[in-house]
Ligand binder design. Structure first.
Ligand code: GCU
Length: 346
């Protein structure tokens, strides 16, 4: 369920954005002392592993540097959509936000790589590749000129199709269906290759669009069914496993560079903590979501043959690599992880 504040905020947030930027810029210090307020925005609920991890970060910074910094976490799109929050982080109106890797592709083309469907052979290959700085560093630092840097990644599981009426057993079932995708050119192209009609929109608008039949379905991890209520409307969830798209914590460059060496080391330890807590919480949250979706929302889980989905999507690897040769070495390094971890352990 969306908070009242989020519902109120949404229709006006574009109008409010410049005003919000000024208010946030003017209020960077807590009035009680000279503590610097550190604002972090995200689009998940307060039950979500992402929020739990950011709360752990908030507590950790408070313990270590509480005399100098006060961390404030804004959940549920209170500061706008992910695209809005990335822009606020760019200008320094807020200090950090969590954005899906899909959104970041429009800020640096290098992010396209982690949006490729069927890039990772298994969850293990995905996790090991994302933990390898040789793979992530060239991507995470590619937005230096845009004013922000990625400081860690968060697990967002596997993305699968779910629909209101028609179960998806093969790509041909997507024909004629309007499916919400994230606002990323790679995702739009993926839907075209699979034969569906891509309807890009922000995450916070998906529930209403499903309910009012503006779209026939969407694609996401299992948490979207329960935590965002999509399973109240969509009764078929098909494990075609088309993407493992990480979420990324980005920070404003000027804020990060202004810290002392010692403060930066503490924040870096905090980023590691976010990654660790979120991943531990993620496993529990997904199991709980599957259980709730099946037993309370009566969502039917389907296990289609993935081969036709993979075949339809693979041309996208070639076309993205041809247009951006800089990501080729990273793509090749990921193939090594795929060879080492070819299947997900059950
Ligand atoms: C997941 C992901 C979010 C993203 C959302 C979406 O929930 O964790 O970062 O915004 O999918 O589909 O937009």
């Amino acid at each position: 369920m969306k908070s009242i504040q989020t519902l109120f905020f949404r229709p006006f947030h574009l109008l409010f954005l410049p005003l919000l930027t000024v208010i946030l810029l003017l209020s960077g210090c807590s009035s009680a002392s000279h503590q610097r307020i550190v604002r972090i925005g995200h689009n998940q609920s307060t039950n979500h592993p992402t929020h739990i991890a950011l709360t752990a970060f908030q507590n950790y910074i408070n313990e270590q540097l509480g005399d100098r910094y006060v961390v404030e976490v804004y959940p549920s799109e209170l500061l706008g959509s992910q695209t809005d929050m990335v822009q606020l982080t760019q200008t320094g109106a807020i200090d950090y936000c969590i954005a899906s890797n899909a959104i970041l592709e429009t800020f640096s083309k290098n992010y396209e790589i982690f949006n490729l469907p069927y890039l990772f052979a298994s969850a293990e290959a995905y996790h090991h590749a994302m933990d390898d700085p040789l793979i992530t560093n060239p991507i995470f630092t590619s937005t230096q000129k845009a004013g922000f840097t990625a400081v860690t990644w968060l697990d967002a599981g596997t993305r699968n199709f779910y629909t209101v009426q028609k179960p998806i057993e093969s790509p041909s079932d997507l024909k004629g269906l309007k499916i919400r995708v994230q606002q990323s050119p790679t995702n739009i192209e993926m839907m075209r290759l699979l034969g569906g009609s891509a309807t890009p929109m922000g995450f916070g608008d998906v529930y209403t669009a499903l309910q009012s039949h503006i779209i026939d379905g969407a694609e996401n991890n299992e948490m979207a069914l329960t935590d965002n209520g999509h399973g109240d409307v969509c009764k078929y969830y098909s494990y075609d496993m088309h993407q493992m798209v990480p979420d990324i914590l980005i920070g404003n460059n000027a804020f990060i560079e202004d810290m002392t060496k010692e403060e930066r080391a503490v924040f870096e330890e905090g980023y590691r903590l976010i990654n660790q807590v979120q991943r531990e919480e993620w496993v529990k949250a997904v199991n709980h979501a599957r259980d709730k979706a099946a037993n309370e929302q009566k969502v039917q889980f389907l296990y289609p043959d993935q081969a036709p989905f993979v075949k339809a999507c693979l041309p996208l690897h070639q076309s993205v690599l041809e247009k951006n040769s800089a990501i080729r070495p990273i793509y090749d390094a990921i193939q090594n992880y795929n060879a080492w971890y070819p299947t997900t352990a059950q």
